[in-house]
Design a protein around this ligand. Structure first.
Ligand code: PHE
Length: 446
């Protein structure tokens, strides 16, 4: 613990650690394809609104609880609940978060495995000189090959779990922080390229001129789930980070910085990807493969393209690696709290996640037609329900706990934004965020 406390001894280090958890597949992979499937600008608009009025205040709530509890999520919740004179059963919220991250991690690893495959392919120059159609076809062929997918999924689980087992995530975070600026630079370069393509104007109009009449319940639900997912909020994973937050640091300022860094990645990736989509006459609603088809096409048009494509996938891998460590950590912590050694806990969790991940792997081949719920195969199910229902439900309960149950003085100290800032935050959570999540969830379940 002392090593970790030291690690986040500075304000900047805390912001970078949380950014490491936040920036990942959600920004570069999921944001573009969800935007594509949900009609463009309306989704983007709702997503940004939800980040502001739900994601940010609830992220503050989540970190605030961890910071006030100064221990792992389940213990922190039980301790604070007792302090507030309510039932320590609140601790089960920590377990619910763990179930959520378990399922998220199971597909996260599979899709991060796609980045490993693409990293290797691009280093081998396998995308150079290929037509867009060929690039699309090779992605489909990859999905249809469960062996290659399993290999990469396994590799990614090993990468994640070995860092978690060794307890060296601090080192990886430092490396990540060192290299992340390069990801932003590459994204800016890609946007520079996008400006020169025929599809740029269409992409900008499609992303930034919302047709409010196109708002449907499903777009609202998708955007809400995505806001939680991309900020890593609602699963008590960030709560654990709060426990190590330095004493004198304003929480609203810290999370605002994270949100700006997080949304920026999504926007830059979105502009680049949709410019390619519209220049190539592709379908924006192409689905989870969108990024894996558009980016090789974009880079192959640029000088030194194959090399930069490789660098891009390497950076994406690093970004997903730090996110997956944040996903795995609470699971391993539950096992170590139960008395298991760290290495054993990581092996156990890694194996279970790996097994469940196989269901996602095979969702693109032999299990593609096996429907689990509401016509969804396993991959579709696991990329929908935990994100669109579990995260908001978890976030809702965290918000209720922080804004209604914790004594105001404790919460105020932990927010560290003065009495005015505290009242503003609590008012927002109590009367905007909480009712909004309830309304959206209830309308979706009706
Ligand atoms: N925010 C991460 C991403 O966008 C995913 C994540 C969700 C990480 C929940 C931790 C907890 O890729």
């Amino acid at each position: 613990m002392s090593e970790t406390l030291e690690r986040w001894g500075s304000r900047r280090a805390f912001i970078l650690a949380v950014t490491g958890a936040a920036v990942g597949l959600g920004n570069i992979w999921r944001f573009p394809y969800m935007t594509g499937e949900n009609g463009g600008a309306v989704f983007l608009l709702l997503y940004v609104v939800f980040v502001l009025i739900l994601g940010l205040p609830i992220m503050m709530a989540e970190i605030l609880v961890g910071r006030a509890g100064r221990r792992g999520p389940m213990h922190a919740l039980a301790h604070l609940a007792r302090q507030a004179g309510v039932s320590p059963h609140w601790r089960w919220l920590g377990l619910f978060g763990a179930v959520t991250v378990f399922f998220i991690l199971s597909f996260y690893s599979v899709v991060s495995g796609w980045s490993i495959e693409y990293l290797i392919e691009s280093v081998n120059g396998n995308f150079s000189g290929r037509t867009p159609d060929e690039i699309g076809a090779s992605f489909d062929a990859f999905l249809a090959d469960p062996l290659r997918m399993t290999f990469n999924h396994t590799l990614f689980i090993l990468l994640t779990m070995s860092v978690v087992a060794a307890g060296i995530s601090g080192g990886l975070e430092r490396l990540n922080n060192l290299l992340m600026p390069l990801l932003y630079i590459l994204l800016v370069v890609l946007v520079g390229y996008a400006v020169t393509t025929d599809g740029f104007g269409t992409a900008m109009a499609w992303l930034f001129t919302p047709d409010l009449e196109a708002i449907t319940l499903s777009v609202v639900l998708n955007a809400m789930g995505h806001a939680f997912f991309t900020l890593a909020v609602g699963a008590c994973a960030l709560m654990a980070y709060g426990a190590y937050m330095p004493d004198h640091q304003s929480l609203p300022r810290a999370v605002a910085a994270v949100a700006v860094l997080d949304v920026a990645v999504a926007l830059l990736a979105g502009i680049a990807i949709f410019s390619v989509v519209f220049s190539q006459g592709m379908d924006p609603a192409e689905g989870p493969g969108l990024m894996f088809v558009t980016l090789p096409i974009a880079f192959s048009d640029l000088p030194g393209g194959p090399l930069w494509l490789g660098v891009f996938f390497l950076l994406l891998l690093l970004a997903t690696w730090t996110s997956s460590i944040n996903l795995a950590e609470p699971l391993v912590a539950i096992c170590t709290d139960a008395g298991l050694k760290r290495g054993k806990a990581a092996a156990l969790i890694g194996s279970l996640v790996w097994l469940v991940g196989l269901l996602s792997v095979f969702s693109f081949s032999s299990l593609s037609e096996v429907k689990w719920l509401a016509g969804m195969n396993f991959f579709e199910l696991v990329t929908t329900v935990p994100l669109e229902f579990f995260l908001p439900i978890g976030g809702l309960l965290i918000a209720i706990f922080a804004a209604w149950i914790m004594p105001a003085s404790t919460a105020m100290r932990s927010l560290d934004a003065g009495p005015g800032g505290f009242r503003l935050w609590r008012g927002l959570v109590r009367y905007v965020s909480i009712p909004l999540v309830v309304i959206v969830l209830l309308s979706a379940l009706w």
